[in-house]
Design a protein around this ligand. Structure first.
Ligand code: SDX
Length: 432
């Protein structure tokens, strides 16, 4: 096969330079510009990585124009329909769906690492009772680095696997503990007889003085939401994890960096922002006013849960979550939930509005997830932490893929310097 090349010509006398064009299994080709600086003395400029592929990856594929999302080649719709979360986690981590024996072993492995060191529980009393769960997660997940010196050699594949299942097992426990701390209830230990999602609901809502039976419909809904959030190729938090890890930092510290990035309202924090926005709008009759504010540049309002860097058609996860939302509201007797009706009306009005049509803005994964969480009894401040529980799988798989890549280098972008040129130093008593 003849090598595909891209040629770059310059109007400033710099000689033309050719670059290899690389093709993946699916999706857009990429121009390999690594030799650009050596050949031309120039860098590329792409803040926000609009046109930049930062790595090769075999994990997740997105076709944003067609609204397609696949993990390891399997469409998200099929995984959400037929798998449970740990099955999908196994797939994302290992590249293949587990057979029965592998699934059983993986479930057991995760279940037997859900407890956290008793000493870790002491961290919580250092936080204020009203601490945001994402603040707690940043600190406590990072602190895991101090507990697992036995497996911190990032160049040892076995150590990397151990860190992966420790994180997947412990992040739900840490998250539920942050909720229990907020409400002043005792921490509830994990239960190994329950599924991943059921165990999480149990740690959230059980109390020592009463029996708690997780509702299977709600367990399935949460499990499906975890599947839909598990990975999303090189999003901001995953890229943060990769960049932090590229220096050789340990995986727990890298996950804490991922949590920090996810927290922002333009990323995972949008699920919390959507609920606050719906509460602010309050009623269908106020939608028009809110949309007018969104369009007003001076106002800085935003339609949270709308828009996506990659999806310019529809986020397939939003469709699936909307369906889950119907099921959950029906189950908990909130079929006529005011918030859900408001969200449906807001979506309809926005999708017919020229501003959103022109910019290809559609509901994303965060638009309906908050309504499901709320119906599950989860407080708004915990929404983004649940996103983090699911995304831990993607973060650790992507981190592992990066460390295993023989081409891996420390992430170190360049810049276009636009500050002052060289100037003479002015001694203190001569400065104005
Ligand atoms: C997630 O990347 C991922 O994969 C992330 C994620 C994952 O699974 O990891 O999918 C999870 O983070 C979902 C996104 C959650 N964020 C929100 O819902 C917040 C609202 N959305 C926007 O902030 C925004 O759409 C982003 C951040 C999601 C995408 O930003 P881009 O690609 O940089 O697009 P942009 O900001 O340049 O927007 C293009 C235009 C602009 O208008 P113009 O300057 O061209 O006139 O659309 C406007 C924007 O102002 N716009 C919006 C809008 N989103 C974009 N206007 C109003 N409301 C919005 N929500």
């Amino acid at each position: 096969m003849t090598e595909k090349l891209a040629s770059l010509t310059f109007s400033d006398g710099t000689p033309k330079a050719d670059f290899p064009v690389m093709s993946g299994t699916m999706g857009a080709d990429v121009v390999d510009i690594r030799p650009l600086y050596g050949k031309t003395g120039k860098f590329t400029y792409d803040p926000g990585f609009i046109s930049t592929a930062s790595c090769l990856s075999k994990i997740t594929y997105i076709d944003g124009d067609a609204g397609i999302l696949m993990y390891r080649g399997y469409p998200i719709e099929e995984l959400a329909e037929h798998c449970d979360f740990l099955e999908v986690a196994y797939l994302i981590l290992n590249g293949e769906l587990p057979n029965k024996k592998q699934k059983h072993e993986f479930d057991n492995l995760v279940a037997h690492h859900t407890m956290v060191h008793e000493q870790l529980a002491r961290f919580y009393s250092g936080f204020r009772r009203d601490a945001h769960p994402m603040a707690v997660l940043c600190g406590v997940i990072g602190a895991l680095s101090a507990f697992y010196h036995d497996a911190l050699d990032i160049n040892d594949p076995r150590h990397r696997d151990i860190s992966a299942f420790r994180l997947i097992a412990k992040v739900p426990t840490i998250t539920a503990m942050s909720y229990k701390y907020n409400v002043g209830q005792p921490f509830i230990y994990p239960r190994n007889d329950l599924s991943y999602a059921a165990n999480f609901l149990n740690m959230m809502f059980a109390v020592p003085c009463e029996k708690y039976e997780p509702n299977p419909v709600l367990v399935r809904a949460l499990d499906r939401i975890l599947i839909l959030h598990a990975d999303h190729e090189q999003n901001a938090s995953t890229s943060t994890v990769r960049l932090a890890g590229s220096s050789g930092a340990n995986p727990f510290a890298c996950m804490a960096a991922g949590v920090a990035s996810l927290w922002g309202p333009a990323h995972g924090g949008a699920n919390e922002a959507v609920l606050k926005m719906l509460a602010e709008i309050g009623d269908v009759s106020n939608i028009g006013k809110y949309i007018a504010r969104v369009k007003d540049r001076q106002d800085h309002s935003m339609l949270y849960g709308f828009g996506h860097r990659v999806y310019k058609n529809y986020d397939p996860r939003a469709k699936l979550i909307q369906r889950t939302c119907h099921e959950v509201l029906e189950e908990v007797g909130l079929k006529d939930d005011k918030l859900f009706k408001l969200a449906l009306a807001l979506e309809k009005i926005a999708l017919e509005d020229d501003y959103f049509i022109k910019r290809k803005l559609y509901p994303n994964v965060d638009f309906y997830s908050g309504i499901v969480y709320k119906a599950l009894g989860i407080p708004v401040s915990l929404f983004t932490a649940i996103f983090a529980v699911a995304r831990t799988v993607g973060w650790i798989a992507q981190w592992n893929e990066m460390i295993s890549d023989p081409d891996q280098k420390i992430g170190r972008p360049r810049q276009l310097y636009v500050g002052p040129g060289k100037r003479a130093f002015v001694p203190m008593d001569e400065r104005k």
